[in-house]
Design a binder for this molecule. Structure first.
Ligand code: HEM
Ligand SMILES: *[C@@H]1O[C@H](CO)[C@@H](O)[C@H](O)[C@H]1NC(C)=O
Ligand SMILES: *[C@@H]1O[C@H](CO)[C@@H](O)[C@H](O)[C@H]1NC(C)=O
Length: 383
């Protein structure tokens, strides 16, 4: 009996605490130049770090662009939130932990671009998004943590990790495209509390999907087939693990050029699930010379150029993922692949718009968040 009433009191105290603090972050409140007064120059600080990192390794830029997509595209549904909420109350009661600022209802407590992909495994998030199979190969976490530390030094507690991620991905896109991909980032996002591998697995597209499944997946987030085709052009940069294109290694010639299939098979035999560049242009010269001698003139000294070559490769049936090839099998998407293959400037512009649109996938009105001190852990869960 005693135990029960303690539990009730504790729940009431916790519930009362829950409604205080934490500004809502509806998409409509995002603003270009959001930190102009509160953290002057923050965009330059971030850019400086991104430039420095990409000078060392351009692949990090690809990782940032993918992180933006994988953060923004995942909605966390209420049951994952409820669970986190329960754990939080439990934590509060057993350790007198401060839970101020956390959404009471906890409906849709984390959604869209909320930095949830950056959270590490913890008691409250035992299976974070990072652990989802679909998130294989995610990287650039250290860079973001380095940037966050620099920004915290300059203006503590002001700039969210979710905003830093978007700024950094925007800068990476710009650098890798020689400035052709560019847009102003509206900011003012808050960092979410919940990160769920199940949700990421459910919400993110898989490389084995058909064009219809891809279109449906994007439609669920308000993106049409044209935007699916535009955004898939990001596969002109970066790499994928062999396990992400196992099926491609035995597909028939109508789906993949046999010489390219041989090249992929060779690369994949060189280690335990190694990663292979998405764009044949970024492959080692000797490997291309051996399997696709006609392509050696395309091999570049500097890798990871973000441009419309993805569409040329796709039409030539030399792309890595089944999902990429699938875009050729539907008339609507095929027309778009042709359009972007024919006009690189058009793609630069439309890709910029679509990336911006991704970055605006909102936390719903009334959601609560925080400004994390470190991007990999929630402030409320540090113990
Ligand atoms: C259309 C559905 C999509 C599917 C099925 C898909 C699938 C994949 C897969 C399987 C990988 C390789 C992961 C690995 O094995 O390590 C990958 C890499 C990548 N994806 Fe996607 N992707 C899609 C859309 C997008 C979008 C919309 C973007 C960004 C706008 C994007 C950007 C990237 C980048 C940049 C990489 C390379 C990452 C790196 O090198 O670190 N992808 N994608
Ligand atoms: C192509 O995809 C669009 C969008 O999902 C769909 O409406 C259309 O029926 C598809 N067309 C074909 C020929 O599959
Ligand atoms: C390519 O797209 C750009 C940007 O939309 C446009 O101005 C230009 O006219 C297009 N070029 C061709 C050849 O269609």
């Amino acid at each position: 009996m005693m135990k029960l009433s303690v539990a009730i009191v504790c729940a009431l105290v916790a519930a009362a605490a829950l409604v205080i603090g934490g500004e809502p972050a509806a998409a409509s409140e995002l603003k270009v130049g959001y930190y102009g007064k509160t953290c002057k120059g923050v965009e330059n600080v971030i850019k400086w770090h991104v430039i420095k990192a990409l000078k060392q390794n351009r692949r990090t830029g690809a990782a940032l662009v993918r992180l933006l997509f994988h953060d923004c595209f995942v909605r966390v549904r209420s049951y994952a939130c409820d669970r986190a909420h329960q754990i939080m109350l439990h934590t509060y009661c057993s350790k007198q932990f401060d839970v101020v600022g956390i959404n009471g209802g906890f409906e849709q407590c984390a959604q869209g671009c909320d930095g949830s992909v950056l959270l590490d495994k913890s008691y409250e998030n035992p299976h974070p998004e990072k652990e989802a199979p679909v998130n294989i190969g995610l990287a650039a976490f250290d860079l973001l943590e380095e940037i966050k530390a620099a920004v915290e030094k300059r203006c503590p507690g002001v700039v969210s990790c979710s905003d830093i991620l978007i700024y950094a991905a925007r800068d990476a896109g710009s650098i890798l495209s020689n400035g052709h991909v560019h847009f102003d980032v509206p900011a003012g996002r808050l960092d979410g509390f919940v990160s769920s591998a199940d949700e990421a697995q459910r919400e993110l597209p898989d490389s084995t999907m058909t064009v219809q499944q891809l279109a449906d997946n994007f439609a669920a987030k308000g993106f049409d087939t044209e935007q699916l085709v535009i955004l898939s052009g990001a596969h002109s940069i970066g790499a994928g693990h062999c396990s992400s294109f196992t099926g491609r290694l035995s597909e028939p010639p109508q789906q993949i050029v046999p010489a390219y299939r041989d090249l992929l098979n060779y690369k994949c035999s060189q280690g335990a699930n190694p990663d292979v560049v998405n764009n044949v242009r970024d492959e080692e010269y000797a490997t291309v010379a051996r399997f696709m001698p006609g392509f050696t003139s395309r091999v570049r000294k500097i890798s990871d150029f973000l441009d419309n070559t993805y569409y040329h490769n796709n039409l030539a049936k030399i792309v890595t993922f089944h999902s990429d090839w699938q875009l050729l099998t539907n008339q609507t998407s095929l027309d778009k692949v042709h359009e972007y293959a024919n006009n690189g400037t058009l793609w630069d512009e439309d890709f910029s718009d679509s990336l911006l649109r991704l970055s605006k996938l909102p936390m719903p009105e009334g959601s609560k968040g925080e400004i994390r001190k470190k991007c990999s852990v929630s402030n409320h869960f540090q113990y």
